[in-house]
Design a protein around this ligand. Sequence first.
Ligand code: HMG
Length: 444
Amino acid sequence: MESVGIDAIEIRPGKLRLDLAETFAPALDEAPEKYTEGLGLYASSFPDIHEDIVTMGANAAHRLMERKDLEPADIGRIDVATESAFDNSKPVSTYVAGCLEQVFAGDFHHANKGERKFACISGTQSLDDAYNWIKAGRSRGRAALVIATDTALYARGDAGEATQGAGAVAMLIDEEPAVVEMSQAQGYGSADETDFLKPNQQFPSVDGKRSVQVYLARMREALEDYEGVAGDTHPDDFRYIPFHTPFPGMVRKAALLGYRHVARGTDVEDGLAARIGRQPRRDDFDDEAAYEGAVREHMDALSGTDEYRDWFGRTIEPTLDVARHVGNWYTGSVHIARASALRRAREEGFDAAGERLLVGSYGSGAQAEIHAETVQEGWNEEIEALNLGDQLAARYDMSFAEYEQVHDAHNHAVETEIEGFTEPDGEFVFDGRGPMDERTYRFV
Ligand code: HMG
C-alpha cells in the first residue's frame, strides 16, 4: 500500500458571526485588545436557528462528495467526532448518513458508522481509526468519511464565552491521498485530568487557567513520545505546525515551549547562545524554583529573538488565519489549522508539495497526540476548491441582543421561538422532532 491520509477537505462554518472586539467586548465592558491581542480572536462563528452539528456536518460532507463525484457505495465508514452530541445511544453519523441519503442515489447500509468522544482530540482519533482500517486491509477499496462537528458554547458569563465557535470539517481518508499523507509514527501525552468536562451537561465545567497548563504539559509529553519513535526534531524540520487552537493565544504559548524544546542541543541554540545564553539545564540548579525562574527568563529572551519570530511567522502564524475569525470548533479546530496553513501557502504561491507538517492535537480530560504529515501533489487543487472565504464573508453579523437570543436558542434548557437570520438555500436544515423525540432534517 502506497500511502494513506487526507484526500479531500470541506469546511462548514456556522452561518452567524459575533464580532468579539466590536460587539462582545463593549457589551462586557472589556478592552477589545483582550480579544485581538491577548486571545488572538476577532470573531466567533455560531449556528443559525436551523443549523446544528448534524446540518453543519452533513452540509460539509455533501459538498465534499459532490465535488469528488462520490456515491454512498464509495464510502466504507462514517465517523463523527463531536463533544456536542444530543443522544447517548444513536450516533450523529446515522443522522448525517440519513441526510446524505436524501440527496444521493444509493445508501450507506454497508458502511460502518460510529461516534468518537475524547473532547477536542476525537477528530484526530477518528482520522487514526480510518487510517488503521485502511492499513489493516479492511476497506475493500472504499474511503472513510470523518466529520468533526461541534457547537462550542459555554454558559453565559463563563470565561470560556470569549472562545466560542461552531462549525464542521469533513475529511475523506483514502489510499494515495491528494492532500496529506499521515505518518505511521505518533506520540501521546495522556493523563486523567479535570481541566474541562461535561458530566451529562450541555455546557462545560472549565478550570480555564489550569486547562492552559494541562494543554502545555500533555503536548510536551506527546512531543517527547513522538521523538522517541521518530527521532529528535529540529525547528527547520517542519514547514507548518498546526496545533489544536482553542484560541490563537494558546498556540502562542505552546509554540514558544515547542521551539525551546526542538532547538535544544542544535545549531539554533548554538547560534543564540552569544545573545541570550544557552538554555538552562535542570542539573545546573540546586532547587526547582531557581531553575524555573531561569527558564522563564530564558523564554522571555527567546521570544524576542529574530530567529524565533521568523520561525513563528513562517511556521505557526499561517495556521491561525482562520481560527482568528471563527473561534474554537473543538474537534475540528486542529483540522482548520492545517487547512489554514495550506490556504496561506496557496495565497503566497508557495509550492507545498513534499513539505512536512507536524500536527499537535489536544483534548481536555486530557490527551495530546503528535504525528507528522507530508503534503501531496494534489494539495493545491483541493485547497483551491474550498469556498471557505466566501462562507465566512457571507455570515450574518449579530448584534449583542441577537447573540443572546441565539445562545438561548441553542441552550437545551431554554424554550425559545425565534426566526432564523439567514435564508437556507441548497442545504440540510433542522426541521423539528419526530415521534421518538429524534431530531429531523430536510434538504431545502
Ligand atoms: P480570561 O480570564 O477571560 O482572560 O481567561 P485573561 O485575563 O487570562 O486574558 C486572556 C489574555 O489576554 C491574557 O494573555 C491577557 O494578558 C491578555 P496571556 O497573559 O495569557 O498571554 N489581555 C490583554 N492583552 C492586551 N490588552 C488587554 C488585555 N487584557 C487581557 N487589554 C481563558 C482566558 C483562556 C482562561 C478563558 O477564555 C477560558 O476559560 N477559555 C476556555 C478554556 C480554554 O480555551 N482552554 C484552553 C486550553 S484547553 C483546550 O484547548 C481544550 C478545549 O478546546 C476543550 C476540549 O478539548 O474539548 C477548551
